[in-house]
Design a protein around this ligand. Structure first.
Ligand SMILES: [Ca+2]
Length: 309
């Protein structure tokens, strides 16, 4: 016979068992929870997919490209470029810049230096012609990474260059508002390229800091770039950083990081003769057999920041 104590223990055990069965049933019938788990799992899968997509998107965006000309057409894209025409007062350059000496074909821009004796250059006379294009009044940028893939000619009296100039003379005329030379090459020395910047209070009280890159042969294709951030210019050739300018103070009428904190546009040209070249190559008449000469540009690209992947 069950004592009241045993009876209540039995009753308790029965209740407990009933509860466990119920719980067990509940465990079996918790589709909601399982469904929720599946949903969460799906959400996680979706999140994973999203994250993969984000990663791909990030990867696709890692080049930060904001502007380019690949020169794929048959003519110069004048929505992007304007022509610099005529003679050039500085450096005793000998050529006239004319539209005809810039062509686009087979995926590249060609800037052609020619010997054309007695050429009528906008009311003056020159013996040489060449090409000069720029994004002036079309588009300009402050900061970013600027690069061009270029092949320069073996021509002792040419002076090919890829450079940036201020869209507006915010701090005054040259050199007060600055100039960034992504690269320039002396035609008579195909083993060196120069990255540089110019600034200062006046043409006679100016400053520059030239960086020199040495390579085996400039007449091969090379990629020339400048990474321009506030207070700093870093120069690259074929991905190799070789020169930095990060102090634009005196002589300078502006406040650092000026003048390199305003909009600049891109310029591409090839001068003939002039004081940048060493004698006798400063006079292109001494190297007539090397003309015509072609500076070829595969592309010009502008990135919001230097691609690192
Ligand atoms: Ca191209």
């Amino acid at each position: 016979m069950l004592t009241p104590f045993k009876s209540s223990r039995l009753f308790f055990v029965l209740i407990l068992c009933t509860f466990m069965v119920c719980c067990s049933d509940n465990n079996d019938i918790l589709p909601g929870e399982n469904a929720q788990s599946e949903d969460e799992s799906l959400e996680e899968d979706e999140e994973n997919t999203d994250s993969e997509e984000d990663s791909e998107e990030e990867s696709a965006n890692c080049d930060f490209l904001i502007w380019e000309d690949e020169f794929e057409g048959a003519i110069l894209d004048e929505t992007k470029w304007s022509y610099q025409r005529g003679g050039w007062n500085g450096s005793n350059v000998q050529n006239c810049y004319v539209d005809e000496n810039t062509t686009v074909s087979e995926g590249t821009l060609k800037i052609i230096a020619k010997y054309e004796p007695g050429f009528d250059c906008f009311q003056s006379v020159t013996d040489f012609t060449s090409g000069f294009i720029q994004t002036k009044d079309k588009i300009a940028w402050t900061y970013g990474y600027f690069e061009a893939r270029v092949k320069v000619p073996a021509s002792n009296s040419t002076w090919p260059a890829f450079w940036l100039s201020p869209q507006e003379a915010v701090y005054g005329n040259w050199p007060q508002s600055g100039e960034i030379d992504v690269f320039e090459i002396k035609g008579h020395d195909m083993t060196k390229s120069y990255g540089n910047a110019h600034w200062g209070e006046s043409a006679t009280n100016k400053r520059q800091e030239k960086g020199t890159y040495e390579f085996a042969d400039a007449t091969q294709w090379h990629v020339y770039g400048v990474e321009w951030n506030e207070g700093e210019l870093k120069f690259y050739i074929d991905g190799e950083h070789y020169h930095t300018i990060n102090d634009f103070r005196a002589p300078n009428a502006t406040t650092h990081p000026g003048p390199f904190n305003i909009e600049y546009y891109i310029r591409l040209n090839m001068a003939v003769g002039g004081d940048y070249l060493t004698e006798p190559h400063n006079n292109a008449n001494n190297n007539l057999e090397q003309l015509p000469a072609v500076m070829e540009v595969d592309y010009v690209r502008v990135y919001s920041q230097r691609p690192n992947c």
